[in-house]
Design a protein around this ligand. Structure first.
Ligand code: UDX
Length: 428
């Protein structure tokens, strides 16, 4: 099929490459000429393992191309809208880019016999896809559907090609049919539903996962108080198939481009309908306070903090990405600086982004360099190379053997045997 993807950010680019690999001919459209030029040369402007190789593979066989011209969507059987929906100051999703794309498509898509689909992949407030459909009410061949994405940064391409489910929200049989053909070669359960349901499935999924994390983070505080280990509690809970073992890891809290933004947007929509989603509201509060709660433990162990050298291992909101949006590191750094600590930080991918915000921090190339002379080490992001350290080297490098594991990812018993003082999240 002929597919156009508007917006080649994280979701759009991954979707475009995945659909090209799935056998379609894809045109990626983006307003940014520099980005388009880069992508046309086979270079991926974001950090996502495996994406660049797959892009080149698809480009080599002519399955994908990029342009700045919305008019080049004119032959498309399906146009995916994948533009950003940033959070405004009041928590609402900013839909400017979505409706700009809609107006461009009204002009770009000529009337034709065959059914055509506009598929909303951007995460938009409940009811937005219906509003978009109204803009095409005079074009009966155009079917507007909601087709949310559930991909995770770091495994985005894999998640697109092997999704847990494909959700298609449509008001017409043609909408379902065309979308079923788009995903013909991708094996996954399908849920054919309404547009509003599809939009809400996306928000509810992210809010539920965020709530699970906050549930464990709050429980971790109790674990600390009663001498329990939250990792053991999570392991015991996870064996129950009704609960499941995923997303029960206590730590410094969730960040990234989705959970914080989507929980805020869902709360906003609920408020507009006079519904109080108190559980989700509380989940966001726990998340906001989690880095400060953790830092309090470090502070108590290190008093007084002025002049103490603290190594921050990891800055990205999670491993295998350079994304620092809503990263716990960005909540910790100002607190450490306020307390007069001297920070040495490292991250395999995110340093350039943090450097722009905090140019005067001491950035190290390797964890061992960051740990040199440190009074304490904080594991902020569980990058594999930071989890599996050479502990002998770590011990030699540090001024004091104090380890604070913000992700419960370090081997506690081994570290204690090495003579470190270990403190995790909710591990007494
Ligand atoms: C998430 C959703 O998983 C994905 O379906 C959606 O489309 C976008 O949002 P992403 O933000 O890429 O994906 O990352 P994810 O792996 O889900 O992690 C989100 C955050 O939760 C990270 O900050 C991570 O560190 C944190 N997390 C995750 C925990 O703190 N504990 C856990 O047990 C799991």
């Amino acid at each position: 099929m002929q597919i156009a993807v508007i917006g080649t950010g994280y979701v759009g680019l991954t979707t475009a490459v995945a659909l090209a690999l799935a056998g379609h001919t894809v045109t990626g459209i983006d307003a940014d000429p520099e980005k388009v030029a880069k992508l046309s040369r086979g270079q991926v402007p974001i950090y996502e393992p495996g994406l660049e190789e797959s892009l080149r593979q698809a480009a080599d066989v002519g399955a994908i191309r990029f342009t700045t011209q919305p008019n080049e969507s004119s032959h498309a059987d399906v146009v995916f809208i994948c533009v950003g929906t940033p959070m405004s100051a009041d928590g609402t999703a900013d839909l400017t880019y979505v409706f700009t794309a809609v107006e461009q498509l009204r002009a770009a898509l000529p009337v034709r016999e065959q059914a055509r689909v506009i598929a909303m992949k951007s995460t938009v407030p409940v009811g937005t896809t219906d509003r978009v459909a109204q803009r095409f009410a005079d074009r009966p061949e155009i079917h507007v559907v909601s087709n949310p994405e559930f991909l995770r940064e770091g495994t985005a391409l894999f998640d697109s090609l092997h999704p847990a489910r494909i959700v298609i929200g449509s008001a017409s049989a043609e909408g379902y049919d065309v979308m079923q053909r788009v995903y013909e070669t991708i094996r996954a359960p399908r849920l054919l539903t309404t547009r509003v349901n599809a939009e809400l499935i996306k928000y509810a999924s992210n809010a539920f996962l965020a709530t699970r994390i906050s549930f464990m983070n709050e429980l971790a505080r109790l674990c600390d108080a009663v001498g329990a280990d939250v990792t053991q509690v999570a392991a015991g809970m996870g064996y129950d198939s009704r609960i499941g073992a995923e997303f029960l890891r206590a730590g410094l809290g969730y960040g990234g481009s989705c959970f914080p933004k989507d929980t805020a947007a869902l709360l906003r929509v609920a408020a507009e309908h006079a519904v109080d989603l108190s559980i989700i509201r509380q989940a966001t509060r726990v998340n906001d306070s989690q880095p400060a709660w953790f830092w309090q433990n470090v502070r108590e162990a290190l008093q007084p903090l002025a002049g103490k050298r603290i190594a921050l291992l990891g800055l990205a909101f999670k491993p295998d990405t350079d994304d620092i949006r809503e990263a716990p590191a960005l909540k910790l750094i100002p607190q450490l600086l306020r307390d007069g600590a001297v920070i040495s930080a490292c991250d395999p991918a995110a340093v350039p982004h943090v450097k722009r915000l905090y140019p005067s921090l001491d950035f190290a190339e390797t964890p061992y360099e960051a740990l040199q002379g440190a009074d304490a080490a904080l594991l902020v992001t569980e990058w594999q190379p930071y989890v599996q350290l050479d502990w002998e080297r770590v011990k030699q490098a540090m001024a004091r053997p104090l380890l604070f594991d913000g992700r419960n990812a370090w081997p506690r018993d081994e570290l204690i045997a090495w003579g470190f003082s270990y403190s995790g999240v909710g591990r007494a």
